[in-house]
Design a protein. Structure first.
Length: 383
């Protein structure tokens, strides 16, 4: 047995598939990590620069957060992984005691179209901060993520744009597979799980090929990338349906960059276990809140004398202490607290939604939950 094989056997990461809803096929599980257990399905709030915007780690714990996501690209550029390693790693640096997932930087580099060049070794790009020339490749991404010390690291991948032709998608997928092999070969930390990422754009044959190829590489978990990049939602759901039979049952599945309530419902119906998105805090800062009936633009004039909670079904600090009128006043006045209260609510709303979904799956009633969700949640407009 090689040293690497011995390390793989000694991994502290295990995924338990606890239950499959007998009517829907939705999955209930738990991912064990060195910094705690992650119940699935799960929503992971995004702390891009080692902080969830407007939130403290203590507040994240109070609203029931089980895992945070941070950004390899941004932390590499500022403050730099060497400084974070010197501080004791990302957990110590940001004083977060639960699990952390770091993305690979691939999507951020992909989004820099016009100031980056993809080649076999990696990606050369200009920093969005100062224009300086930078490089990230599979090995570089692994080195950065190992220095950060996250519990879960993502393989460096190539994300295809929407739309794109089959040949472009094929080239990106093949390179993603080659880079996944290089990531796995270079990755050394036994206390950090490495996830591969399924690509293939919006072509069924490529998605299936990617799922099979990465399955055979035997990663600890699997991201599903290159979706929610502008395509209609039914197209995303079709891709999830297509790859589900080829995803390992005993490994967690992570739909990357997806964070609306309806996408949670439909992703979980298709066997997804993990989600992340910046939407909750981004729209909160702009005055939009998520409620059990749909989105509410609480900044609107109609809420100036609305003395009810943001959502009377929510148990968060904002909803149990303040009214829509007060939150609107803060937002309209440019007070930081307005965005903070809206962020607390939106994050707790999504975390609580996952708690309810896990209970529904355990009771074989996820389809009932889904039906009730669509009865009350208006997807068509902001109120």
């Amino acid at each position: 047995m090689t040293c690497k094989e011995a390390t793989a056997l000694a991994t502290p990461f295990t995924y338990e598939l606890l239950h499959i809803d007998k009517h829907s096929g939705a999955r209930l599980g738990v991912l064990h990590t060195p910094h705690g257990d992650i119940p699935t399905p799960i929503y992971m709030p995004v702390g891009t620069a080692a902080v969830v915007k407007a939130m403290t780690p203590r507040e994240m714990e109070e609203i029931g957060t089980k895992i945070l996501l941070s950004n390899t690209y941004h932390l590499h550029l500022r403050p730099g992984e060497d400084l974070i390693r010197e501080a004791g790693g990302l957990h110590a640096f940001m004083d977060w005691h639960g699990p952390i997932l770091t993305d690979s930087g691939g999507f951020q580099v992909f989004s820099l179209a016009g100031i980056r060049k993809i080649h076999e070794e990696g990606v050369t790009f200009q920093s969005h901060l100062d224009g300086s020339k930078q490089f990230i490749g599979p090995e570089t991404s692994m080195d950065i993520q190992e220095a950060l010390g996250s519990d879960i690291a993502m393989a460096f991948d190539v994300c295809s744009p929407y739309p794109c032709d089959w040949r472009t998608a094929k080239e990106a997928m093949d390179r993603t597979h080659r880079w996944a092999e290089r990531c796995k070969e270079h990755h050394t930390r036994p206390d950090q799980a490495l996830f591969g990422i399924v690509q293939g754009a919006f072509y069924k044959d490529l998605r299936v090929e990617s799922a099979k190829t990465l399955r055979d590489m035997n990663f600890i978990g699997y991201g599903i990338g290159g979706l929610s990049v502008g395509e209609p939602k039914p197209v995303m759901y079709e891709m999830l349906d297509e790859i589900r039979p080829y995803m390992p049952e005993d490994k967690p599945r992570y739909l990357m960059g997806v964070g609306t309530p309806d996408c949670f419902i439909e992703g979980i119906l298709r066997g997804v276990d993990m989600f992340d998105c910046v939407l909750a805090t981004r729209i909160a800062r702009n005055g939009t809140v998520l409620t059990s009936k749909g989105r509410v633009v609480v900044k609107n004039a109609q809420y100036a004398r609305d003395f009810t909670p943001i959502d009377d079904q929510c148990d968060c600090y904002a909803c149990t202490h303040f009214t829509r009128a007060y939150v609107r006043h803060l937002l309209r006045s440019g007070e930081i607290t307005g965005g903070r209260l809206a962020s607390i609510h939106n994050l707790r709303f999504l975390i609580h939604m996952m708690e309810e979904i896990r209970e529904a799956i355990a009771n074989d009633s996820f389809l009932d939950y889904r039906e009730e969700f669509y009865k009350r949640y208006d997807l068509t407009r902001n109120f």
